[in-house]
Design a protein around this ligand. Structure first.
Ligand SMILES: [Zn+2]
Length: 499
């Protein structure tokens, strides 16, 4: 009897179609806020970058930051959107302590950019993600809940509010429902955010640091039974703050929703929190409808009406898209399209490029990042770009492998020690005495092994070359793995008259 084991996630996607929706917020890298002259610098003393306008004090009036408009148009054009020749800001009314005006200045039925798309590729298959809208709004402040164990409001003794972030320009990029991704739903979600991040970085409109919140993603997901025509009820997982988490959030919601649907229960339309530590989601508030926000056009601001010449000038200034740059990189280094896909989606393409620039061969650079360090990052629960090892260290380790100073096994031990924060490459090699055995040491070890394994050595002398393997193994063992196995084999054959 054959048993086929599939993961729960794969099993679910045999029976259901996942429908994704991604809402990405990106903080623009303007020097000043959207409607006032306050600084947007990250990490300043709380409430040191505020003024009457961004605190919403009575009588203050907003003035729109022209650079934020240009950046938004840039983003819209890079995503193949139509740019409105006339649109307005709107007030989104709701009360929250981190929003002192009691409304957020946003855009509602008149967004600046509409109807675009972004193509992403997973394992050689291209998926077109349609963009419904790109609009400009102001960010809110930040609440800090103190005294509890989790940093969440539940269990806290008091809360503090920092308004430095209030009024920082924020662009929201909303996709249409993404269907037809099959088993690749989670990978497509991650690939989309990865591609979007790379585009935004190349445009120079944001520092796109997910860990600092300048790029944040809400992941909407619903399931529909195969063959169904009506969309299922969706959940919205808020503020997913790393690429890895985007993928995990999709996987978790797919499995969670399927378990409920399989049990005949219904999905509650709600926002959910993502937990980085467990890769799971938990319920937040039930989702408001648009009418709950009482949107109306912002009376304190003039409409936005970017002239066609301005839009065309921005279009002409766009950098080449990352996909074109990557194709050139592939050609220059002999990588295939699948190599490029894998490196892009694992988030290591820039690391591989820097490693090659530093002098490593393309094969080595790709092998180290994709074949080893991505796996280590996953084990450590870290983003590969945040590891304690970077291109400079990989270049050095590769060079030591190439000149025979490190075996493959030792090289990985060195990498692990650097990852563990033990120091730089040469430092950890010195500290551990990890050097490949020199020729003299190797010959001494071979002589001892031949003396101890006379029968096996005789077989090799007699022409049975298959018997050399155990001898090489014994030499590797005797040198603690610090020998070059290929060289050891050559020397043994030479000594036994078989070279
Ligand atoms: Zn201000």
């Amino acid at each position: 009897m054959t048993t086929v084991t599939t993961s729960r996630y794969d099993d679910v996607l045999e029976r259901y179609d996942a429908v994704l929706g991604l809402e990405t917020h990106v903080e623009l890298g303007t020097v000043t806020k959207l409607f006032c002259g306050c600084s947007t610098a990250f990490g300043a003393e709380p409430n040191s970058q505020v003024c009457p306008t961004c605190l919403g004090l009575p009588g203050s009036l907003p003035v729109t930051n022209g650079t934020a408009i240009d950046y938004s148009i840039k983003i819209g054009l890079a995503l193949h959107c139509d740019i409105a020749d006339w649109c307005r800001f709107a007030r989104k009314n709701y009360f929250y302590p981190d929003m002192p005006k009691d409304y957020q200045t946003s855009q509602y039925d008149e967004p600046l950019c509409t109807d675009g798309y972004l193509d992403v590729t997973v394992d050689g298959e291209t998926f077109r993600v349609e963009i419904e809208r790109v609009h400009l709004e102001e960010d809110t402040g930040k609440s800090l809940h103190v005294g509890g164990a989790t940093g969440r409001i539940h269990g806290a003794t008091h809360s503090l509010v920092d308004y430095n972030r209030a009024g920082i320009p924020l662009v929201e990029i909303v996709t249409r429902p993404v269907r037809g991704t099959g088993h690749k739903a989670a990978e497509v979600a991650r690939a989309y955010v990865t591609e979007l991040r790379d585009i935004l970085r190349d445009l120079g409109v944001s520092d796109v640091r997910m860990e600092q919140g300048s790029l944040r993603c809400d992941v909407n997901l619903s399931l529909m039974p195969k063959g169904a025509t009506e969309l299922g009820t969706r959940t919205e997982t808020k503020n997913v703050n790393s690429l890895r988490s985007v993928e995990q959030a999709v996987r978790h919601e797919v499995e969670r929703q399927a378990a409920l649907l399989d049990a005949g229960e219904r999905i509650v339309q709600e926002t959910r929190h993502f937990h980085e530590d467990t890769g799971t989601t938990s319920p937040g508030r039930s989702k408001e409808e648009a009418q709950d926000y009482r949107y109306f056009p912002e009376p304190d601001l003039v409409p936005l009406a970017p002239p066609a010449e301005q839009v065309e000038a921005i279009r002409a200034s766009l950098p080449e898209p990352p996909s074109v740059r990557r194709a050139r990189f592939a050609g220059a280094n002999g990588f295939t399209a699948v190599d490029i896909d894998q490196m892009t989606n694992a988030g290591v393409i820039d690391l591989v490029a820097s490693t090659i620039d530093g002098g490593a061969s393309p094969t080595k650079a790709k092998g180290w990042w994709l074949g080893y360090l991505v796996g280590r990052a996953n084990e450590l629960g870290e983003e590969v770009t945040e590891l304690a090892i970077g291109p400079a260290e990989v270049v050095r380790i590769s060079a030591l492998e190439d000149d025979g100073s490190l075996t493959n096994k030792l090289a990985r031990q060195v990498a692990d020690a650097v990852l563990a924060g033990e120091g730089g490459v040469d430092e950890v090699i010195d500290a551990h005495g990890w050097k490949v055995a020199g020729e003299d040491e190797l010959i001494a070890a071979i002589d001892a092994v031949i003396a101890d394994n006379a029968d096996t050595a005789d077989k090799v002398r007699g022409g049975n070359l298959g018997a050399v393997g155990p001898l090489v193994g014994a030499v590797m063992k005797a040198t603690g793995g610090a020998a070059d196995a290929k060289r050891a084999r050559e020397l043994i054959l030479e000594k036994l008259g078989q070279s």
